[in-house]
Ligand binder design. Structure first.
Ligand code: FES
Length: 201
């Protein structure tokens, strides 16, 4: 139920089921330009990293909110939104920047650039747009947006098959990937930190 079906329009904003506080924060970032302060600690994330190896990926919202995402829950061509949480506390290391969009792809579609971070056809990226910090909350179905992650604030499009490279819109750089692995129960677990800085410069 938290799977986001492919949308009819890559540019149509859908109602969010996320917590108002998170959405409000993201809106504020987009409007005020405060996004410039996000991720200023750089790509080499260590103590303050919003995700670390071993973190569990749990649903952000919906009836499974807080439950760990399993590969078996995911259908090819769909996406779910999750948060990386510390396995000890079950809480995200950062209320905003620990968010990820998880996409299940046909394994044959995954480009070499994404292979090393994928597991069983599943890839995960930061869901914070690198333009002005809105949440990239859609997976498109038409035209250039087909099968791609879309930020509806200003239309940035990222290719989940190719390490979230930018296909369109004003985003200056790709979404950082979160390397994945699975545990014995088939649950998704972070295999490392984000591969780059989360959010805009
Ligand atoms: S914040 Fe501008 S396209 Fe995402």
């Amino acid at each position: 139920m938290t799977e986001k079906p492919i949308t009819d329009s890559p540019m149509t904003e859908k109602p969010s089921r996320q917590k108002p506080s998170r959405r409000s924060f993201l809106k504020l970032v987009a409007v005020t330009g405060a996004a410039a302060t996000l991720g200023t600690r750089g790509a080499a994330q260590t103590a303050s990293s919003p995700a670390k190896s071993g973190d569990l990926l749990v649903y952000q919202d919906g009836p499974r909110k807080g439950q760990v995402v399993k590969v078996a829950d995911l259908k090819e061509g769909t996406a779910v939104w999750a948060q990386a949480v510390d396995p000890a506390t079950k809480k995200p290391r950062d209320a905003v920047k620990s968010g990820v969009v998880i996409v299940r792809l046909k394994p044959s579609e995954i480009k070499a650039s994404s292979q090393k971070n994928a597991v069983n056809g599943v890839v995960a990226y930061s869901d914070i747009c690198t333009h002005q910090g809105c949440q990239a909350k859609e997976l498109g179905s038409l035209g250039q947006g087909k099968g791609n992650i879309i930020c509806t604030c200003h239309g940035s499009i990222y290719d989940p098959r190719d390490n979230a490279t930018v296909l369109g819109g004003p985003a200056p750089r790709r979404l950082p990937a979160l390397p994945l692995k699975t545990d014995a129960a088939g649950e998704l677990v972070a295999a490392g930190e984000f591969t780059g800085k989360v959010g805009p410069k």
